[in-house]
Design a protein around this ligand. Sequence first.
Ligand code: G4P
Length: 528
Amino acid sequence: MKFTEEIQRRRTFGIISHPDAGKTTLTEKLLLFGGAIQEAGAVKSNKIKKGATSDFMEIERQRGISVATSVLAFEYKSYKINILDTPGHKDFAEDTFRTLTAVDSVIVVIDVAKGVEEQTEKLVSVCRMRNIPMIVFINKLDREGKDAFELLDEIEQKLGLTITPLSFPIGMGYDFKGIYNIWEKNINLFSGDSRKNIEETIEVSDLSSPELSDLIGDTAADTLREEIELVEGIYPSFDQEAYKNGELQPVFFGSALNNFGVRELLDCFISIAPPPRPKESDLRVVHPEEKDFTGFVFKIHANMDPKHRDRLAFIKIVSGTFERNAPYLHTRLNKKMKFSSPNAFFAERKEIVDISYPGDIVGLHDTGNFKIGDTLTTGEKLNYKGVPSFSPEFFRYINNADPLKSKQLAKGIDQLMDEGVAQLFTLEMNGRKVIGTVGALQYEVIQYRLEHEYGAKCTYENLNVHKACWVDPEDENGEEFKEFKRVKNKFLAKDKHGQLVFFADSSFSLQMTEQKYPAIKFHYTSEF
Ligand code: G4P
């Protein structure tokens, strides 16, 4: 196959949702369609169940699982599909944010009864900021839930999306009869025994035809006709360019568990979702079709084997082909490297690959050369942008609990931070180390891993910080910035790249500070 055809047939995406909306179930059904797995239950959910927060073995087990499910690749029709795992648990939100830098589109799963939930809002807002094309899948139609129009309103208002339904439910819960597929103009009927199999599809080119009543009954047929008329009256018609630009989001209804509406979603997805997109670097925009390989690290995963402190760096290929044993330039270290066993990921296994294309993810064994955000190229000294750090929500001092192991502690902290488990800040005032995370769970993970992988012990001490903001003065040498640094010295720290960060102890003090120093900008992410 030609290089450009390989690019055009790739679809690399993530599924985002609030926990329990049905992401794992949907992933599994997609893999079943692709023939990548044979039976339901093969994809292990890597979510942390409630109450397991202090169960370290559970955390370890979860970590093991999430390596396996970090990337799921399969072939469907003539397409190569790469699903990137995005943990739904809020303590791992930062991992998800970073993974979103490597997707070309996303599917948002929403529970028909619960509607738009907190994590959905956060993740969708990140996708909106980056104009990532999104398809919405409203799940669990076999259950009683919100009225379809009410839910569509909620999605528009809470998520700030411009939507257009491409399918519409016929009834819901107990009365759920099936789905009218606006995109393909056909109906899928839901009946008791079709729950396990892919049901028959009935073409309905004309909703006004009396046949519709024979299929679903007079009342349901009338309601459907009215509803579709409303849909056509209210919502814009589908426009692929608008979707690809992140300006319009198609909506599908279904039930992942019952495999209902999933094939429709997948068929529409492969035809409208974008192949690998160009990406901005510090020098220029790089196009997938370029001959020379470039790619970036968006995730680093520690290996499960405690005897080898070996990690797997996940690289998204942006342009060219990645070839086994070819020399590539690690641009931050300015060092040529070769990789003899790059891994590709499939549903239930990983495998060494000789060649990978734009859109693909390869896992490279690493002994400490990579940090999140690093760029590899054939030789050009460019760096990809867009893997920022986000302001953490929890802050604690970290103390060494075993003075004989201070070297091990420093090394452990350093490597865990490179993996993106948490962020390390150093206070300007006294050089004390502060660890910032997006969830309390991370502190336990860090403590456990420092002890088991590095032989170091730590304790924590609480620190009252509301938000960490990256400081961006208009004039580095101006009087205002000098005064700010003097007055706020107690609240200033450096992140691991040496960027100045302001620790605001409340939203009020942040507001006051912003007012008092109008020539300084305060950012919630490290890239601005
Ligand atoms: P997540 O990855 O987004 O967290 O969600 P997951 O797929 O694990 O689904 C959460 C729960 O919702 C699961 O039930 C799953 O079986 C159920 N579910 C998913 N899709 C549907 C659907 O279309 N209809 C109905 N009725 N339920 C659905 P659970 O009891 O929490 O887990 P399990 O014991 O079934 O694994």
